[in-house]
Design a protein around this ligand. Structure first.
Ligand code: SAM
Ligand code: SF4
Ligand code: SF4
Length: 337
């Protein structure tokens, strides 16, 4: 089995299909303009499928399509169709901001997609506009319910909490998801990319999130799916469903991290906080065989020693502290979540 220097296997691949986005979330990509990947550099569906096969051959079991905003990629359902048919793939999921989901949900369902994660940080239309800067809450909610009507299950809402912005909505977001049968996962605000001006006091910790939810809804801890998923799950005692918390900052889970990322221009990235990716597109377009692509992935993963979030926590607790601006990273919008 392919493992890295900490004996972690490669099981999950997050494929970014575009770096473009119709939102400009303050916590992810607040700038209006950016040096976007040139069109000819973007992997075609054939190229993505080919690399997906190589990764599955090395042990990848789960693929998530992400971006940027993946639904901006023309005919995304055609890619879903190709990936859903791949032998050995156990799970195919999409992470979206939902703005274009209402029109695409039927095509995605017919193409074989089963699961959707949808980002929704507030139920207040004005606050929504302040957070995402472009876009409209009503369209996102329309997309969410259209996906439910198509039979996608489970649908999980991802909510990034930022102190002073939407931490007053923890309970209303829980109530909303419980009442409509959606799962919800609260995500600790992270210092992804280089542009969100992250400070640790903007982050609402897992402990604080749980304290607030527990006061309203008794619950029990279920744990991490397969013991190593990013989210710790909880079940409401009254049978009203479950929720999760992704505590990347206060309880890092690097020890079990089996996740890799593929950027829209074919760079293989071994950590969400990596400074650089490893180019697979150039050798592929130069005629590399599957065997050669496979060997390249193996040699990169074998050398992998990423544990960024664990090091950040050590630094946060140290005398010198942690300054996000001292660490240059690939932008989240290029990497996918
Ligand atoms: N555009 C899609 C969306 O927003 O769902 C997919 C890409 S987005 C980069 C993937 C996930 O990353 C989203 O759920 C988003 O909330 C999360 N994310 C972005 N910036 C984050 C940050 N600073 N801290 C925690 N999560 C973040
Ligand atoms: Fe927001 Fe997702 Fe776009 Fe980032 S990629 S700005 S999280 S919608
Ligand atoms: Fe994995 Fe890097 Fe996140 Fe740690 S910081 S869990 S190694 S992606």
């Amino acid at each position: 089995m392919l493992v890295d220097t900490f004996q972690r296997p490669l099981k999950d691949l997050r494929i970014s299909v575009t770096d473009r986005c119709n939102f400009r979330c303050t916590y992810c990509m607040p700038f209006d303009e950016y040096v976007w990947i040139a069109k000819h550099e973007i992997l075609s569906f054939e190229e993505i499928e080919r690399l997906a096969r190589v990764f599955i051959g090395l042990g990848v079991e789960r693929i998530r399509l992400t971006g940027g905003e993946p639904l901006l990629r023309k005919d995304l359902h055609r890619l879903v169709e190709r990936l859903a048919a791949l032998e050995g793939l156990q799970d195919l999921c999409l992470t979206t901001n939902g703005a274009l989901l209402a029109e695409q949900a039927p095509l995605l369902k017919a193409a074989g997609l089963k699961r959707i994660n949808l980002s929704l940080d507030t139920l207040d239309p004005e606050k929504f506009k302040r957070i995402v800067k472009r876009g409209d809450l009503a369209k996102v909610l329309e997309g969410l319910f259209a996906a439910r009507d198509q039979g996608f299950h489970p649908i999980k809402i991802n909510a990034v909490l930022e102190r002073g912005v939407n931490d007053d909505e923890i309970i209303s977001l829980v109530e909303f998801s419980r009442s409509h049968g959606f799962g919800i996962r609260f995500i600790e605000y992270m210092d992804v990319g280089n542009s969100n001006n992250w400070k640790s006091d903007k982050m609402v910790s897992k402990e604080e999130i749980l304290e607030r939810i527990r006061a309203a809804f008794p619950m029990t801890e279920v744990g991490r799916e397969q013991g190593r998923a990013p989210a710790v799950d909880y079940r409401f005692a009254d049978g009203g469903g479950d929720f999760g918390v992704i505590a990347s900052v206060t309880e890092p889970f690097c020890g079990g991290c089996s996740r890799a990322r593929l950027t829209a221009d074919g760079k293989f990235v071994t950590c969400l906080f990596s400074e650089v990716g490893h180019d697979l597109k150039t050798p592929m377009r130069a005629g590399a065989s599957d065997r050669e692509l496979r060997d390249r992935v193996v040699s990169i993963w074998n050398r992998r020693s990423d544990r960024y979030s664990e090091s950040r926590l050590e630094a946060l607790h140290s005398q010198q502290g942690y300054r996000a601006e001292d660490h240059k990273k690939i932008e989240m919008i290029s990497l996918g979540g």
